[in-house]
Design a protein around this ligand. Structure first.
Ligand code: FES
Length: 73
């Protein structure tokens, strides 16, 4: 899995889900392991499983960093 955004392009300690305390760096590392969906990230970190307020932000971040072209060779 390739990320289309470099890890230095954002603050890896930036918390993207207040309920679970998940950081952008954690989401990025999961994407590198091939977990690229909102549901998959949620299962691993607990994002979007509390109040749900982070759903849009997590999806937008995934859209920003996941290289979808990599999925369709
Ligand atoms: S902020 Fe992520 S579930 Fe509440």
């Amino acid at each position: 899995m390739k990320n289309k955004t470099d890890m230095t392009a954002f603050d890896k300690d930036d918390i993207i889900c207040d309920c679970s305390g998940t950081t952008k760096g954690k989401v990025y590392s999961l994407v590198e392991k091939g977990i690229t969906t909102l549901d998959g990230i949620s299962r691993k970190t607990g994002t979007n499983s509390g109040c749900g307020a982070c759903e849009y932000d997590v999806q937008a971040f995934l859209d920003e960093i996941v290289d979808t072209n990599d999925s369709y060779p």
